[in-house]
Write a protein that binds this ligand. Structure first.
Ligand SMILES: *Cc1c(COP(=O)(O)O)cnc(C)c1O
Length: 350
């Protein structure tokens, strides 16, 4: 056992994912972009209801729910949340009742049962849909009260599973990603690719925080670059730094995470969380047309937009080995069909 595995062993864990996920070269993307050696870690292929980064986190979070005998889980987000889909799937697997409080986007006047929301419905979740102006925390409280009145003990958990709000005290999602870093580092070594950089989407922050902790423990020379999908650089870096330090403390590791270990780029958010812009569609199309790998519009499309821009700006040296962490999210492609086709068909007619 490695030091990290030993440190993580104190937390209960239930296997839910197909591990290890593949670690693959992206030679065609490298050729197309004139980039350095490029790799992808396929955490879109974790299994569990279409896959994604939440599967690894849920192995620890579900085990925590089970150990503490919660009968239901209440989580909340927008209607296209990958977290919600995978949390629902994990709850179904372990006989815990999934209850969802989901907010429609301002442009959704009626329920759009598509993409992730369609999957939530098929999985049999109890779904409470809120209008864009409704008070989500108040609705969660109402739903939780009703659940308690029925005599069930609901586990309340915010979207992302990063434990930054309300419910969780342990940064369990980040513990999972500290281990994931070690997994991908080992694969890179086996493939003769000593990584110099890793680029990933940074949302609620525990994937990024865990990767930072894992890298600090296993390969501190690797530079970790988070691409924000929502927060400003200052907010994102403060959040990830705080989560990483909390993770080190919870795992009782002998490490010091410095502000310089955390980089969040906020230049690719565009109009805001979940809002597409043409460069993101181009990035999604570029990866599909070189490597035949699908990205998602909310997270990995924006992270790839940053990844391609960093290559273009010569942020990496020719002999660097750079890994893109694919965190999943592909079911959300479908509800974005109009915006995607607008750009792609515009290309075709140009
Ligand atoms: C949730 C999610 C992320 C962000 O992970 P965090 O740990 O919340 O930062 C990235 N990509 C996809 C596809 C996601 O669903």
């Amino acid at each position: 056992m490695t030091v990290l595995e030993q440190a993580a062993a104190r937390f209960p864990r239930i296997p839910l994912s197909h591990l290890p996920t593949p670690f693959e070269a992206m030679a065609d993307l490298a050729a197309a972009t004139g980039g350095p050696r490029l790799f992808v870690k396929r955490d879109d292929q974790t299994g569990l209801a279409f896959g994604g980064n939440k599967a690894r986190k849920l192995e620890f979070i579900l085990a925590d729910m089970k150990a503490r005998r919660f009968g239901s889980v209440i989580t909340w987000a927008g209607t296209q949340s990958n977290w919600v889909r995978m949390c629902t799937a994990a709850a179904v697997r372990f006989g815990i009742k999934p209850i969802l409080v989901l907010k429609l986007r301002p442009d959704q006047t009626r329920e759009a049962a598509d993409g992730n929301l369609l999957l939530d419905r098929i999985l049999g979740a109890e779904v409470h849909l809120l209008g864009p102006d409704e008070d989500q925390p108040a609705a969660v409280e109402r739903v939780a009260e009703a659940e308690r009145a029925r005599g069930r003990k609901p586990y309340l958990i915010a979207a992302g599973g990063s434990g930054t709000e309300w419910s969780m005290t342990e940064p369990l999602g980040a513990v999972a990603y500290a281990l994931a870093f070690e997994e991908l580092w080992g694969q890179a070594q086996e493939q003769g690719a000593p990584l110099t950089h890793l680029v990933l989407a940074s949302g609620s922050g525990s994937t990024h925080a865990g990767i930072v902790v894992g890298a600090k423990a296993a390969a501190p020379e690797v530079e970790i670059i988070g691409v924000s999908t929502r927060a400003s650089q200052a907010e994102g870096e403060a959040n990830v730094l705080g989560l990483a330090r909390k993770t080190v403390a919870a795992m009782d590791l002998d490490l010091e995470i410095e502000p310089g270990d955390v980089t969040v780029l906020d230049g690719y958010v565009g109009g805001g969380y979940g809002i597409l812009y043409p460069a993101v569609v181009e990035a999604i199309a570029t990866l599909a047309r070189t490597e035949a790998i699908f990205l998602d519009p909310v997270y990995t499309g924006k992270a790839m937009t940053g990844f391609l821009d960093l290559i273009r700006k010569k942020r990496f040296a020719p002999d660097d080995a750079v890994c893109f962490l694919h965190t999943g999210g592909t079911p959300a492609l479908f509800p974005y069909r109009e915006e995607i086709l607008e750009v792609i068909e515009g290309d075709a007619t140009a």
